[in-house]
Design a protein around this ligand. Structure first.
Ligand SMILES: Nc1ncnc2c1ncn2[C@@H]1O[C@H](COP(=O)(O)OP(=O)(O)OP(=O)(O)O)[C@@H](O)[C@H]1O
Length: 271
């Protein structure tokens, strides 16, 4: 079966949902069964994290949603705007590596998706500058990637994903390579952006702490083939900030998520 994608949210039956995966499996050409059966429903505007052991299929889930890969069985549905025709159009993807073009300015890196989409240059530059401003890099549009820190490069990557104004942001371990202070700052900035822009975010991470801090729901997966082991709602006073990181509720959620991730280690987690 192939992904089921039609041109409007009403037709896909996804009135309140941004993404729906039902009975989805994925077996790669080499015979590895990466996923499933896997079921997931993500509400519009929701921030969820996928957490699970290495190789359990987290990136595979993102690739299926972005239509970079087709399911072996089951149905993948993604809500679309009326009139949206190109696959992946309403989706922004951020990877662990910023993958910037070293020869191009920051502005031109961010403008790339618009350039590929045929948006006129002046409009593209204005939109790239606005996206850069939204991630705090208004003053770096004319810089080159080699002049930026790791955290700033990741901000550029985020701006490039946001520049097309996607409804859904897929983030595959975006902050894993950054030092902890930079990571915490980017966590807070991402939350502020999410609150301001109302995007649906599906965030892959290996970090229990990061998943609990960021998400409204943490979806814990089993080892390959990945299935859902636990779906844990994180409820706290919003907007959450640094106070949440040091709260008893945060520690309790981290323990709960760790217990779901690796039941045998749960008792050893000290915070
Ligand atoms: N294109 C591919 N061809 C063959 N096997 C693949 C392909 N992509 C992924 N796999 C395999 O499928 C499994 C799931 O991979 P995936 O990258 O989705 O896991 P993951 O949970 O994101 O892993 P990690 O946490 O290590 O990044 C792994 O065993 C991987 O080796």
């Amino acid at each position: 079966m192939s992904a089921d994608r039609t041109s409007s949210a009403v037709e896909t039956g996804l009135t309140h949902l941004a993404v729906s995966l039902r009975g989805v499996t994925k077996t790669y050409g080499n015979g590895i069964m990466a996923l499933g059966p896997f079921d997931l429903a993500v509400r519009k505007g929701e921030f969820i994290s996928l957490l699970g052991p290495s190789g359990c299929g987290k990136s595979t889930v993102l690739r299926l949603i972005a239509e970079l890969s087709a399911p072996s069985s089951g149905i993948v549905r993604v809500a679309r705007h009326e009139g949206e025709v190109q696959p992946g159009h309403g989706i922004g993807f951020v990877f662990q590596e910023p993958t910037l073009m070293p020869w191009a300015s920051v502005r031109e890196n961010v403008r790339l998706p618009l350039k590929l989409g045929g948006v006129p240059k002046a409009e593209g530059r204005a939109r790239a500058d606005a996206a850069l401003a939204s991630v705090g890099l208004a003053d770096f549009a004319d810089s080159f990637p080699r002049e930026l820190s790791g955290g700033m490069k990741m901000r550029v990557s985020l701006a490039r994903a946001l520049v097309t104004d996607p409804d859904i942001l897929l983030m595959d371990e975006p902050f894993a390579a950054l030092d902890e202070i930079t990571r915490f700052r980017l966590n807070n900035d991402l939350l502020a952006l999410w609150r301001a822009l109302g995007k649906t975010v599906i965030f892959v991470t290996h970090s229990v702490f990061e998943s609990v801090y960021l998400s409204q729901r943490v979806v814990v997966m089993t080892a390959r083939p990945g299935r859902i082991r636990a779906d844990i709602r994180i409820e706290t006073v919003e907007p959450r900030g640094e106070g949440f990181r040091t709260s008893a509720a945060y520690s309790d959620y981290c323990r709960k998520v760790s217990a779901a991730l690796a039941p045998s280690y749960a008792g050893q987690l000290t915070l």
